[in-house]
Design a binder for this molecule. Structure first.
Ligand SMILES: Cc1ncc(COP(=O)(O)O)c(C=O)c1O
Length: 427
């Protein structure tokens, strides 16, 4: 099925993570994730001009499907795509991505050969890693450092060379073969990562200053100036001097942090509605007891699909334009909500965990007619148009769960099909 303007296309996630069940897509899935690729592209455009972009599409593009996200962003001609592991890099190569891919957390002792043979760039996290990777440059025909990206540790404490270590290795880097005959040795880029870009400007400034000193150390030793990068999503708000040569946005592409547009919606169908008398218990541990007659709807999505367990008895879903509270503990496969205030809820209706309430886009995607709503819902399974007015944002859901926006997206279950679509990219 092809993408149509303003509509969604039902497809399995990227090659790496097809939905469980052999990647088969049901005409009427019980739950799904919608990814608005044109909104994602607009968020990327706002992060910076294409050649200065290093979109982070690790962890399967934060769970949204790395191959599809890379495909959507490729026309921007980004400098490179960032992944975490060698396997993520090779999966992208197999999916047809030909541009530069940087593996940010490689294991140089065991993976150097594979990195080279798949033409994957590597982040260099330590002096030992440099010692393991450099000989491969020579042995496997990548004769210079143009595939190496040197991390500087300015306070993350999880990887990167310290300034004294840089002083010690810089003279050896200068001996690398140059880009062209007479050049000084060079590496592709140098980067560091901010630990508190969203919460502590002073700390960010100290890290920036330290990083710029590190860059002076390597160029002072005679290395050609590498591209410099420090900024992930939250750094984009700190000012243009954090943009340097490249930016590495992740969550803001996907609708979190300082993103301007939401990208992801997560929806589940109502499986069951039951009227419970006062004093009835709901869910494991009987953590909720009805106080009056209550109508409880069972939604086809649980913590195995990414509903945070932490929203048990406190989160909300959107249903027919109304916020319905979670009652009882979130189960592995289903979540129970109180729909007493929403007339006419029935099995097949669509509830929204994340995103704007919307008519039944999955039904649209497989060509089913979605008729205008009557009395809040309709026979085709579409919800009331009023649903589209309210939104549960990524920030709100993460806040309710006491977790990170990144964690909400990367926890979305493998058995939820991803549906790609949205409006026109240039709208
Ligand atoms: C090295 C590096 N750069 C950039 C990012 C993207 O961060 P964010 O998703 O907050 O933009 C990450 C994510 O963890 C990262 O590890």
């Amino acid at each position: 099925m092809r993408i149509q303007r303003g509509r969604f296309e039902l497809r399995p996630a990227g090659n790496t993570h097809p939905p469980a069940g052999g990647g088969k897509l049901m005409a009427s899935p019980r739950a799904w994730v919608e990814v608005d690729l044109p909104a994602l592209v607009r968020n990327a455009n706002r992060a910076g001009p294409g050649p200065s972009l290093l979109p982070m599409i690790k962890a399967d593009a934060y769970g949204l499907g790395a191959a599809r996200v890379a495909g959507a962003l490729t026309p921007l001609q980004p400098y490179a795509f960032g992944v975490a592991t060698m396997e993520e890099g090779t999966a992208l190569r197999e999916a047809g991505v030909v541009g530069r891919i940087i593996v940010f957390f490689p294991s140089p002792n065991t993976e150097s050969e594979a990195l080279v043979s798949h033409r994957l760039d590597a982040a260099v996290l330590s002096v030992d890693a440099l010692a393991a990777l450099l000989p491969r440059s020579i042995r496997y025909g990548r004769r210079d450092g143009s595939w190496l990206h040197l991390e500087v540790d300015t306070g993350m404490g999880r990887g990167g060379l310290t300034l004294p270590q840089l002083e010690a290795v810089a003279p050896h880097l200068v001996d690398l073969p140059g880009r062209t005959g007479g050049d000084h040795g060079h590496i592709a880029s140098m980067f560091t990562h901010l630990h508190s870009a969203d919460s502590n400007r002073d700390a960010a400034k100290r890290q920036l200053d330290q990083f710029l000193r590190a860059a002076e150390i390597v160029t002072g030793a005679g290395l050609a100036k590498p591209l410099l990068h420090i900024g992930a999503s939250h750094a984009l708000k700190l000012g243009a001097h954090y943009h340097l040569d490249l930016v590495r946005p992740g969550i803001c592409l996907y609708g979190g942090g300082p993103a301007l547009e939401s990208v992801v919606s997560v929806r589940a169908r109502v499986l069951e509605v039951r009227e419970l008398p006062p004093g009835s218990t709901v869910g494991y541990g009987a953590s909720y007891t009805t106080t009056g007659r209550e109508r409880i709807a069972t939604l086809g999505m649980g913590y195995a699909d990414g509903v945070p367990l932490e929203i048990s008895n406190k989160g909300t879903f959107l249903l027919h334009g109304t916020r319905v509270p979670v009652r009882g503990r979130v189960c592995m496969d289903v979540t129970t909500v109180d729909v007493s205030r929403v007339p006419g809820v029935k099995p097949g209706d669509v509830a929204t965990l994340l995103g704007r309430g919307s008519p039944d886009t999955a039904a649209r995607a497989v060509g089913a007619e979605v008729r205008p709503a009557r009395c809040g819902n309709d026979a085709a399974g579409g919800n009331a148009p009023g649903d589209a007015t309210d939104e549960i944002t990524l920030a709100e859901l993460a806040g309710a769960a006491g977790t990170l926006e990144h964690k909400i997206l990367t926890s979305l279950g493998l058995r939820l099909p991803r549906i790609y679509g949205g409006g026109p990219a240039d709208g």
